[in-house]
Design a protein around this ligand. Structure first.
Ligand SMILES: Cc1cc2nc3c(=O)[nH]c(=O)nc-3n(C[C@H](O)[C@H](O)[C@H](O)COP(=O)(O)OP(=O)(O)OC[C@H]3O[C@@H](n4cnc5c(N)ncnc54)[C@H](O)[C@@H]3O)c2cc1C
Length: 420
């Protein structure tokens, strides 16, 4: 039987033979993808080793311990790949999985629209058949990383006469084409993480339809479940140390330089380790004897530990083959709470220095960045209110929100300005 020790020994031996800081990022990722140690929980025939989550984690621990970087960060590995593994055909798995894992292609998630966020099934972006292709028209919004993505997970309406959840199809669309326009949206952090994406007669091959015509809602739910699991466990979507795709300009870098550089500053990435970080800041600022600060740090640490145990419970349930329970929803809510507490406490500790940004500020302005980004955490991946609705309805058995009959054709619903 495969044990933790055996896996650890095998990964260590492989790293000893194969980790070479003089390779380019692209060469290293290719080697890692080929070995099955990049995502060991994936099936053996698709670049994994079919390991349960607890043993797969050993591989990432060892990769980190060796000073190497893991597989590409971002939505390809985190969302697109598990969705394709679950719903894709063998041809699609052959086409998409390897370039995801070796970083050749980066992905973005084209789900939200101006009138369809929490109520995602109200989306209006439409796909119309034209021979072996589909023609896409409409708008998406809040698309993280669209400006560096090669492919997008697109959900579009293919049957406006069907009820809203039933007329949606899931496509893998090429982003570099004349019918796709990407406009960055600047956040209050000063960065432009997300974008508006406009489709004007953009095209996608029928062969790139994942999970079957009008079956997109079930496919999108697999993507969303993976998103919640990643976010609830304290992650931000970042799996490894660098972003994939030629447009991210990491592939040609020396991998040793990337591995020894600062960790990627991904959305919300500081919150998981913020209790330890805030202890350091409190000492540095002479606030570590302040009773209120100490109590708040203790509370933050406690909440973070509870979050870790909740994530472990969810993983154990998954490994035992049980359907996901409410853990993902409570974990996501807890992340929002931890983030707000970190924000308030961080700014309280540094006091007037909170007005500074960048390298003149304590910790190079990391606390200010975290504070400015904090509202996002309770919105993306399903807002706090939506998590509470799900817990109320599906866990506590409270009555459902009133709304039109589930069988009402999308065309007859009063959704935004849609004309069907
Ligand atoms: C940083 C960030 C990155 C993102 N990246 C992506 C991405 O890459 N791809 C993508 O497709 N989307 C992305 N999103 C979009 C995100 O999924 C949506 O913002 C989210 O689903 C909420 O939708 P909305 O913004 O349209 O708000 P709305 O749905 O309009 O909600 C507005 C407010 O009303 C509340 N509300 C809505 N419905 C209910 C209800 N039934 N009961 C109680 N309260 C309710 C909400 O909680 C919220 O407070 C991102 C968002 C953020 C903040």
């Amino acid at each position: 039987m495969l044990t933790e020790e055996l896996v650890r020994d095998e990964v260590r031996a492989w790293l000893k033979e194969n980790w070479d800081p003089d390779l380019t990022v692209a060469q290293w990722w290719d080697r890692l993808a080929e070995s099955g140690w990049a995502m060991p929980q994936w099936p053996e025939e698709w670049f994994g080793r079919g390991l349960p989550g607890n043993l797969a984690r050993v591989a990432s621990e060892e990769i980190r311990a060796a000073g190497a970087i893991g597989p590409p960060s971002g939505l390809g590995v985190l969302l697109a790949a598990p969705t394709i593994i679950t719903h894709g055909t063998d041809d699609q798995k052959r086409r998409y999985l390897r370039p995801i894992l070796n970083g050749e292609e980066g992905w973005c998630q084209l789900f939200s629209e101006p009138g369809a966020g929490s109520d995602l099934a109200s989306l209006q972006c439409k796909a119309e058949r034209d021979g072996d292709e589909w023609v896409i028209n409409g708008q998406k919004v809040w698309t993280s990383g669209a400006q560096i993505a090669d492919l997008g997970m697109l959900i579009a309406r293919t049957d406006p006469d069907a009820p809203k959840h039933k007329g949606i199809t899931y496509f893998a669309i090429e982003m570099d084409q004349p019918g796709v326009e990407i406009r960055p949206l600047r956040e209050m952090t000063g960065r432009a993480l997300f974008n508006e994406v406009f489709f004007d007669d953009a095209r996608v091959a029928d062969a790139a339809c994942i999970g079957g015509l009008n079956e997109g809602w079930a496919v999108a739910n697999t993507t969303l479940a993976n998103e919640r699991a990643g976010l609830g466990s304290g992650g931000s979507g970042a799996v490894g140390g660098a972003a994939p795709g030629a447009k991210a300009r990491m592939l040609g870098k020396r991998v040793g330089d990337v591995a020894s550089g600062p960790p990627p500053r991904a959305a919300g990435s500081a919150s998981g380790r913020s209790a330890h970080m805030l202890v350091d800041v409190a000492r540095e600022q002479g606030r570590d004897r302040d009773v209120h600060v100490r109590q708040q740090i203790a509370q933050l640490y406690t909440l973070t530990e509870i979050g870790k145990f909740t994530a472990l419970r969810a993983k154990a349930a998954k490994a035992a083959g049980r359907a996901p329970g409410p853990e993902a929803n409570t974990a996501k809510l807890l992340m929002s709470r931890i983030t707000r507490l970190s924000r308030d406490l961080g700014l309280e500790i540094i006091g007037p220095h909170g007005m500074l940004m960048g390298k003149d500020a304590p910790m190079n302005g990391m606390l200010q960045e975290m504070a400015l980004f904090a509202p996002a955490v309770s919105i993306y991946g399903g807002s706090d209110e939506i998590q509470k609705n799900i817990i109320g309805e599906r866990v506590l058995g409270l009555p459902k929100e009133p709304g039109p009959d589930k069988g009402t054709p999308f065309r007859e619903l009063k959704v935004g300005t849609q004309a069907g």
